[in-house]
Design a protein. Structure first.
Length: 303
């Protein structure tokens, strides 16, 4: 059945000139039919480079919005209408405007995991892999970072010469993992390296042998000579790495690290999107999209 659905998707996307993007947190059967897989921003860049007229984003809403910002002339479909991101949605534009009024001499840095509306009032965007580089290259030594305090504090720890203020509460999925989880995992797997995403809590990240983006974690594990790894990010990455590196062992830092929004999309959802009967088309006001794009352009300029 899975193979039959996949073959129908491959047929339809060829007939209808569709490009399918799948974030790394999606299930393997979805990754197998995707044209590109990876982190959210990398996928948006890929979408802008292809000639396909329609793009299906298998991920969450802010990712599909980023695709639309960079590809305004393409039809962009979010694979599941209810797939949101609690971190991206926890701050609204008015709150950021108020913070800017109180801190007028700060540069506002937005993690790419934010809504289009929020990006319109920010100065520069960052990804988890580029945050340190971008913040170092900002001329201002005062930075207001949002909406992830874990990534913000991790970035600040590597740039002690700058002053950071943090606004936001972070990723509820990554924040579930604790230092006790680290102690338990290391006791069970004493020879394993700990690889974590910087969205994790500070006491978890401090214990890591490597902290970086999803793609960074995967590349580190693949290229390392080590044979065992504890993975501190969404548990699908543990599965993907085990499939790609069968000669190595991968253990989840916590069995609870599962993103319910990423898991909403099914293979049938992707099929329905290809048929034109599923998903949700992303529509942005041109002026809003253009204003949001400025902080993405500034990210590119800075790093």
């Amino acid at each position: 059945m899975i193979k039959d659905i996949q073959e129908k998707i491959l047929q339809l996307k060829k007939e209808k000139d569709i490009c399918i993007l799948a974030h790394c947190y999606q299930n393997p059967e979805i990754l197998e039919v995707a044209d590109f897989t990876g982190d959210s921003y990398a996928l948006a860049v890929k979408a802008a480079q292809v000639t396909a007229g329609t793009v299906i984003m298998c991920g969450v809403r802010f990712m599909a919005e980023t695709v639309k910002i960079l590809s305004p002339d393409k039809k962009v479909i979010l694979s599941h209408p209810d797939a949101g991101c609690p971190m991206a949605e926890q701050l609204d534009k008015d709150l950021v405007i108020q913070a800017k009024a109180q801190l007028p001499d700060y540069t506002v840095v937005a993690y790419v995991n934010t809504t289009t509306d929020l990006k319109t009032v920010c100065d520069v965007c960052v990804t988890s892999s580029s945050a340190v580089t971008i913040c170092k290259n900002i001329e201002n030594d005062k930075i207001l970072f949002l909406p992830d305090p874990q990534l913000g504090n991790w970035t600040a720890s590597q740039i002690p010469e700058k002053t950071f203020k943090i606004l936001g509460a972070g990723c509820p999925t990554h924040c579930q993992m604790t230092k006790k989880d680290v102690e338990k995992a290391k006791a069970a797997h004493p020879n394993a390296l700990l690889l974590v995403h910087p969205e994790c809590r500070e006491d978890v990240t401090k214990e890591a042998d490597y902290a970086g983006s999803t793609t960074g974690i995967m590349n580190y594990a693949k290229s390392s000579t080590a044979k065992e790894f504890i993975i501190g990010t969404e548990n699908s990455i543990t599965t993907h790495l085990q499939m790609e590196c069968p000669d190595k062992k991968f253990y989840p830092l916590s069995k609870e690290c599962i993103c319910p929004n990423m898991k909403l999309t099914t293979l049938v959802d992707v099929l329905d999107c290809c048929k034109g009967t599923g998903g949700e088309e992303i529509v942005l006001e041109p002026e809003t999209a253009e204003r949001a794009k400025k902080c993405i352009d500034e990210m590119i300029r800075l790093g």
